[in-house]
Design a protein around this ligand. Structure first.
Ligand SMILES: [Ca+2]
Ligand SMILES: [Ca+2]
Ligand SMILES: [Ca+2]
Length: 338
């Protein structure tokens, strides 16, 4: 016991000796709050509602682990991409939030229509974006290539490509209660703009929960050539497919990548082509309690996986114009149109 106490006392003495030199006790950075208001000024200090910054651009120059930026009501127009390259931490993410009860709109419609014209481009880790309406980006409203980011309670619309896209290795991102709608790539006649995409080489651990994709020109959700499995809970894909768009609700993989995607409690309604579709995904898909209603084809899985079987449980198909195609699946308590 005496030895233990002496060890503690000596450690304390050593710490005291080196405080200021080596910071024995790591100081916990205080959460720092900044405010953005249409009536603010970028020469303010930004630290209260009354002394808010005018632009998110200015507030983001202050962003580091533990920073929270509150955005007040109003429409904020920007023509450049917010490149979120800093990193938060698990315990101190960097947050961009609507101020409580406020519904700010971030309007990118003055952006050039180009692949590089994203609204928010998150290559950093541990960001949280919540409570924003994001509209009119020349490409994706939000593009994520970083890890452990969260987007929640946002409304994304009228972007020139997919509303929210995860690509380039993005891992462990969670997208919750986000709606993505009326996205349309006009110069390619609608063939690319999905509601949500996790495609073209993502990492593991990406999850969509309670998200809605409707009236997008291409697909609702697209996991083409993902390279890793995505999990989807309680999501909805409706009435997608305009002009040259494919018009699938959930396109769960393709390009001979073996990705074992998992969907539970999802609904696909009125999509121009298929409710649940894949194009040469060689992995197996698990669908639990998913419904397809009034799509041209509700469930389209015409090929057996390269290994394993698809697992469809409690799925219901109704009102499809053409028959479902189900091959290589273990089917339990489902009602398909065959
Ligand atoms: Ca594009
Ligand atoms: Ca397409
Ligand atoms: Ca697509």
């Amino acid at each position: 016991m005496a030895k233990k106490i002496w060890r503690k006392v000596s450690l304390l003495i050593v710490c005291v000796m080196f405080v200021g030199l080596f910071h024995c006790v790591p100081a916990k950075a205080a959460t720092t709050y900044y405010y953005v208001s249409t009536t603010g000024s970028d020469s303010n200090n930004g630290t209260t509602k009354e002394t808010a910054f005018k632009t998110l651009t200015k507030a983001l120059t202050k962003a580091s682990a533990g920073t929270t930026i509150f955005v007040l009501n109003g429409t904020y127009s920007y023509s450049t991409t917010f490149k979120l390259t800093s990193n938060g931490t698990a315990s101190e993410p960097i947050k961009i939030l609507n101020y409580s009860g406020h519904s700010p709109v971030i309007d990118f419609s003055s952006q050039e229509y180009a692949d590089s014209s994203r609204g928010f481009q998150i290559s950093g880790n541990y960001w949280i974006i919540a409570g924003l309406t994001i509209t009119g980006a020349g490409d994706n409203g939000i593009h994520i290539s970083g890890n452990y980011n969260r987007v929640q309670d946002c409304f994304i619309t009228k972007c020139g490509d997919t509303g929210l896209q995860i690509s380039n290795g993005g891992s462990y991102n969670t997208i919750t209660r986000v709606t993505s709608t009326y996205n349309y790539d006009k110069k390619t006649n609608g063939e690319n703009a999905d509601g949500f995409a996790a495609k073209l080489g993502i990492g593991p651990g990406n999850v969509f929960t309670s998200c809605k994709a409707y009236n997008n020109s291409d697909d609702g959700f697209d996991f083409y050539d993902a390279k890793n499995a995505v999990k989807v809970y309680d999501c909805e894909a409706s009435y997608n497919g305009v002009a040259d768009g494919n018009g699938n609700g959930f396109k769960v993989g393709g390009n001979n990548s073996a990705d074992n995607h998992y969907l539970e409690n999802c609904t696909a309604t009125g999509n121009r082509s298929r409710g649940y579709d894949q194009n040469n995904n060689t992995g197996y898909i698990t669908l639990v309690n998913c419904t397809g209603t009034k799509n041209n084809v509700n469930f389209y899985f015409p090929k057996a996986p390269a290994s394993g079987t698809h697992k469809f449980t409690g799925c219901i198909s109704s009102g499809g114009a053409s028959k479902d195609k189900i091959v290589g699946a273990t089917v339990t308590n489902c009602s398909f149109y065959q």
